[in-house]
Design a protein around this ligand. Structure first.
Ligand code: NAD
Ligand code: UD1
Length: 338
């Protein structure tokens, strides 16, 4: 199959590119490099020994996307393209709604024009909000999001669901990611946030490599065994392999299906600090700070549906996640700028 990765030069897209190529699929990548660089795809080619059709394209732009779809026939689209910084989405909500919703509408319109019916979408556990109890199950009602980024995901899920309802030819797979961390085991590709990292693991690896002085742990007064929040961290290569299954499923089914992609095992912030220290041998200086606005105490998946329906489970453990995150960061202290 030929798979279009919209936003495929980013963190999850580049790892999924490797997994798809290794599973024998062809890929096309379209990205405007809003939060990435073409270097990631060059490294995907180095890892796999295969060449990738790469387009500099804005997924909100119809002409750009027509050019991509006209180049070669596409069987399935994966929609990774979007802005994802939660804090920035609070400060610049219109920018987030404009970019994220527009990428979705443009993709759906151009897909309809070109007769492409299958799409896999990067959603997030954030759509469960804080009204639901862990573990989150796909059948739960969605909750209230705590920021515009989260709302764009919730709205885009609705747009895809409605589009598939109206077109019996369509196949939509909504993947709700939990917390992807780690990197490809080669250390050639990994997470490369611009500016100060918002997320835990890139912050830890930047402390380890000396780019930041210390980690601030956002609150230790939660109702958890060590007082810090718990999350379902998943190795990005497990997540990538989940996309291979999702793409194959999308090509064979119609309608909308939702899958959690998580491990089902929670770890606290301090568990991650300890696991990273063990995997890297590097001490992580940290201080306890106040809670971060919008954080939920607990977030983890019931991952049984993906296992039953897609035949997918996460195989890599927390040691692998920490080792591979450190391998990437220590080999590329300044990310792709090295
Ligand atoms: P990322 O920022 O590394 O990748 C997103 C890619 O989309 C980037 O390469 C960026 O340049 C591109 N992009 C953004 N707007 C675009 C546009 N208009 N046209 C073309 N390209 C555009 O982020 P990621 O971590 O790889 O996330 C991929 C997707 O998964 C995003 O939609 C994100 O919201 C979602 N997601 C990520 C996480 C996470 O923890 N990383 C969790 C849940 C969901
Ligand atoms: C966040 C977003 C979520 C998004 C995901 C991927 C919020 C509320 N949620 O998830 O919508 O899909 O990123 O982009 O922002 N932590 C620290 N110190 C730090 C950084 C994080 O203690 O410097 C803690 C957090 O409080 C949290 C855990 O580490 O308990 C994980 O945080 P993070 O990596 O930002 O992910 P989420 O908040 O789960």
């Amino acid at each position: 199959m030929r798979v279009l990765l919209a936003g495929g030069a980013g963190y999850i897209g580049s790892h999924t590119a490797v997994a798809l190529l290794e599973a024998g699929h062809d890929i096309v990548v379209a990205d405007n490099y809003a939060n990435s660089s073409a270097e990631a795809i060059r490294r995907v080619e180095e890892i796999t020994g295969k060449s990738v059709d790469l387009f500099e394209a804005d997924v909100t732009n119809h002409e750009d996307m027509r050019r991509v779809f006209d180049a070669k026939p596409i069987d399935v689209v994966i929609h990774f393209a979007g802005l994802k910084a939660v804090g920035e989405s609070v400060e610049k909500p219109v920018k987030y709604y404009r970019n994220n919703i527009d990428t979705t509408l443009t993709l759906l319109e151009v897909m309809a024009e070109k007769g492409v019916h299958n799409i896999v979408f990067s959603s997030s556990a954030t759509v469960y909000g804080d009204e639901n109890d862990v573990p989150y199950v796909e059948t739960m009602k969605k909750g209230s999001c705590t920021n515009p980024y989260g709302w764009t995901k919730s709205m885009m899920e609705q747009i895809f669901t409605d589009a598939a309802k109206a077109d019996p030819e369509m196949s939509v797979v909504l993947l709700r990611y939990f917390n992807p961390i780690g990197a490809h085991e080669s250390g050639l590709i990994g997470e490369d946030p611009q500016g100060i990292p918002n997320n835990l693991m890139p912050y830890i690896t930047q402390v380890a490599v000396g780019r930041r002085d210390h980690l601030t742990v956002f609150g230790d007064d939660y109702d958890t065994p060590d007082g810090t929040c718990r999350r379902d961290y998943i190795h990005v290569m497990d997540l990538a392999e989940g996309h291979v299954k999702a793409v194959e499923y999308a090509a064979e089914h119609k309608g909308t299906e939702i899958f959690n992609l998580g491990t089902g095992t929670p770890y606290s912030v301090l568990d991650i600090v300890k696991a990273f220290r063990k995997a890297s041998g590097v001490e992580i200086k940290y201080e306890i700070g106040p809670r971060r606005a919008g954080d939920v105490q607990d977030c983890w998946a019931d991952a049984t549906k993906a296992e039953k329906v897609l035949g997918w489970t996460a195989k890599r453990g927390i040691e692998d996640m920490c080792r591979d995150a450190w391998n990437w960061q220590s080999k590329n202290p300044n990310g792709y700028r090295d």
